[in-house]
Ligand binder design. Structure first.
Ligand code: CA
Length: 413
């Protein structure tokens, strides 16, 4: 064999060994990851940590919210049906979690009191966040490699910039020795620990409350709960105030008053025919609090007079149903009663129909928020304004009949 014939074969073999990726590996992803290095370095991450944390990491295409080339449509976390308040706020789950919460209130009473002393957030609210985020971490085993989740979302997700930043913070957590690489476990959305923090939130809010020198939001209940309380405190939690009062709504309520921008003292709402549920007696101080009206199911369920703390919880997680869940759970830990007014058995439109309604309301000038297929506060409000202007039954609840009515008044899209 002459050398000229051997050489290309040897070269080819050598190249194969050096550059052929392992089965299933994605060279473009690896390139993208390598290109992250300068920013990681600028973030204070060492080459050693960077290499160890990214070794063998491949994108996880099973995650939701990805925009994968070759797939028919972006994978979106959007169910065909939007949950109705009654489905999200399942009474059996609330009752069960409240029962567990009551036990934990005793078990962690001293810690929770100390947390309230320091951050001004009541024990039941902190417990309710824990209950909602991870079911009090019963059997909670976050199975995902946080680095892999964050890298995948930064590479293929719909909010790449957000997750790229979170990935850098996650690498920094390893670099700073906050957590071992093997302990970097998260949910599919990259949230970590008992109260589900993203890495940037860890740096903003995590505290070492049990005094062992580590901020351990994965295993230490005092650390995790104090961190959640700190987050609420820094988002503006008003000490000594509730999140909301459930209110009996007058029969002929104008549901377009359920606008977060309409703020009236509670005494004024009472003058207009609203009454605190369970005939709750309010002090003069409570009655003077400015509150907005919330009707999560239009006129077909309980109403709430919501306070600034409602919006603090909403800042923790944007969903109104999330806030109602946490608020109601926090109340039920102390008082087992369900909402006084039950949810009526309403039909919820499908996501696609709600999106269409939002587009038509936008076209008609009633709506200027996101087209997200959800029957949120602003959508119900816009719908109520449309019903009012067209002399339709005013209930602020999206139905097929109202959508049909809109179809006659819009070009359609
Ligand atoms: Ca600690």
């Amino acid at each position: 064999m002459n050398i000229a014939r051997i050489f290309p074969a040897v070269l080819w073999l050598a190249l194969c060994t050096l550059s052929t990726p392992a089965a299933g590996a994605d060279p473009a992803f690896r390139q993208w990851l390598d290109a992250l290095w300068p920013d990681a370095q600028a973030f204070g991450i060492s080459r050693k940590t960077f290499d160890a944390a990214t070794a063998g990491v491949e994108p996880d295409l099973s995650l939701p919210d990805l925009d994968v080339p070759g797939r028919p449509a972006p994978q979106r976390e959007q169910p065909e049906f939007v949950l109705r308040p009654a489905d999200y706020l399942k009474d059996a789950s609330l009752a069960r979690l409240a029962g567990e919460g009551r036990k934990l209130l005793t078990e962690f009473g001293k810690t929770l009191d100390a947390i309230e002393q320091r951050f001004g957030v009541p024990p039941t609210v902190v417990l309710a966040i824990w209950g909602r985020e991870s079911g009090f971490s019963r059997g909670y085993r976050p199975g995902n490699n946080a680095i892999r989740v964050l890298a995948t979302q930064a590479y293929l997700g719909r909010r790449k910039d957000v997750f790229r930043q979170e990935l850098l913070f996650a690498l920094k957590m390893v670099e700073d020795g906050e957590v071992k690489l093997s302990g970097m476990r998260s949910s599919w959305a990259g949230a970590m620990g008992l109260t589900q923090f993203l890495p940037s939130e860890f740096y903003k809010y995590a505290v070492d409350f049990d005094g062992d020198g580590r901020r351990d939001i994965w295993n230490s209940v005092p650390d995790a709960l104090a961190s959640a309380a700190k987050q609420l405190a820094e988002k503006g939690w008003q000490k000594g105030q509730r999140w909301a009062y459930e209110a009996r709504v007058p029969k002929a309520v104008d549901c377009t008053l359920a606008d977060p921008d309409v703020k009236l003292p509670i005494a004024e709402w009472v003058r207009r025919g609203f009454a605190p549920a369970f005939d709750r007696k309010l002090s003069a101080e409570e009655q003077a609090q400015p509150a907005s009206l919330l009707l999560p199911a239009g006129i077909y369920g309980p109403g709430f007079l919501i306070l600034p703390n409602y919006f603090v919880l909403k800042d923790y997680n944007f969903s109104d149903l999330y806030v109602l869940f946490v608020g109601q759970l926090s109340d039920r830990i102390l008082d087992a009663r369900a909402f006084e007014t039950p949810w009526a058995d309403v039909v919820q439109l499908k996501t696609g129909a709600l999106e269409e309604m939002q587009r038509r309301l936008t076209e008609l000038g009633y709506y200027s928020e996101k087209i997200d297929g959800k029957a949120g506060m602003k959508t119900r409000l816009a719908l109520g304004a449309y019903q009012k202007a067209n002399g339709l039954k005013l209930d602020c609840w999206p139905t097929a009949a109202v959508l049909d009515h809109m179809r006659g008044r819009t070009r359609g899209n």
